[in-house]
Ligand binder design. Sequence first.
Ligand SMILES: *Cc1c(COP(=O)(O)O)cnc(C)c1O
Length: 388
Amino acid sequence: MEQNNLSYILHHMNEDELPKNAVSPPIFQTSIFCFPSFASFQEAITDEVNHSLYTRGNNPTIMLAEQKIAALEGGERAKLVSSGVSAIAHSIMAFVRSGDHVVCVEDCYSWTRVLLSSYLARFNVFVTFVEGTDPDEVIAAFRKETRVLYLESPTTLTFKLQDLPVLAAAARQRNIKSIIDNTWATPIFCNPISMGIDLVVHSGSKYLGGASDIIAGAIVGSRDDIDLIQKQEFLQIGTVADPFMAWLMIRGLRTLHIRMKAHYEGALAVAAYLEKHPKVKSVLYPMLDSYSQKDLARRLYKGGSGLFSFNLKTRKLEEVVHFVDTLRLFKRAVSWGGYESLIFPSAVKGGASGNAAFDDISLIRLHIGLEAAEDLIEDLDNALRCIG
Ligand SMILES: *Cc1c(COP(=O)(O)O)cnc(C)c1O
């Protein structure tokens, strides 16, 4: 019972024997670990997945972060890696070989799309992109060569949801690994493993870190799957998390449950404001009562994070630019998940696109940070006056 308690995991789990009675875990800033005997050295080399031998494989600070993330997601094990994209790449590549096929949602994170549509094509691995909102469409895309179903719910920019329990069961029946990018919901609001999904990936650069000061990734799943990923992908490629990053993530995790509640309340307030504004065409926040997939959203998520999109009514680029430039609290930037509010207009063209939603210049993505919602609403209200 205690094991499942959120604050136990975030504040106490595996921390009762810290050196010198420290309350904050030390940063094991070391590349190697020394052994008192031949036998203990041999034991560590034989089972590198469970021992600290060399920090490219394992390190106690990194392991502590992994144990907390695994417990949060309800998985047996987690692997912390250098970025969200390395978590995505390793989890997919561990289960495909030449001739295999992947089914993926079309509005996935842009670099996931590039990985699947061009990088993996070099190794004769092919992908079918599906919209994802209708389970029958996804299931119809399965072939006998399909090895991986890759989901991201909600999808990047367009916030389309997938029915995770239905798709997880359909994939399992066909011996297809199901993987989901759960960065948006975080383990606070959604635990896909409990819905039958095999592997969960996270960009820890977002809410798990929570302060816009680290790049990090995590993969969570069964002991067997994570061991396979560590032995067959991670040790060869070397996408190592460093101890200081892991320590900053542990620090970020201390407040994850509190921050997510605040992001949710802020996002609901701002989304509700925007929805009523005459210059706004539509708001894409799954937790709104008006959302097209609201019933599925309520089934999947205990709450929503601070990220959503909306469409302005205007189609004039200069009006969009003027609106974006007038904002003072919302900073113009990529990424999200920190304490600060951000705006990402799809009219800004990036290095990896392919998501057709980017073509609609009136589509704006907001991240609602931890500022007071009324201040953010005032900022938006002022900037929306720029639109004729
Ligand atoms: C940012 C992001 C990623 C990539 O993570 P990095 O840590 O930047 O490599 C993957 N998926 C989603 C949904 C993201 O927002």
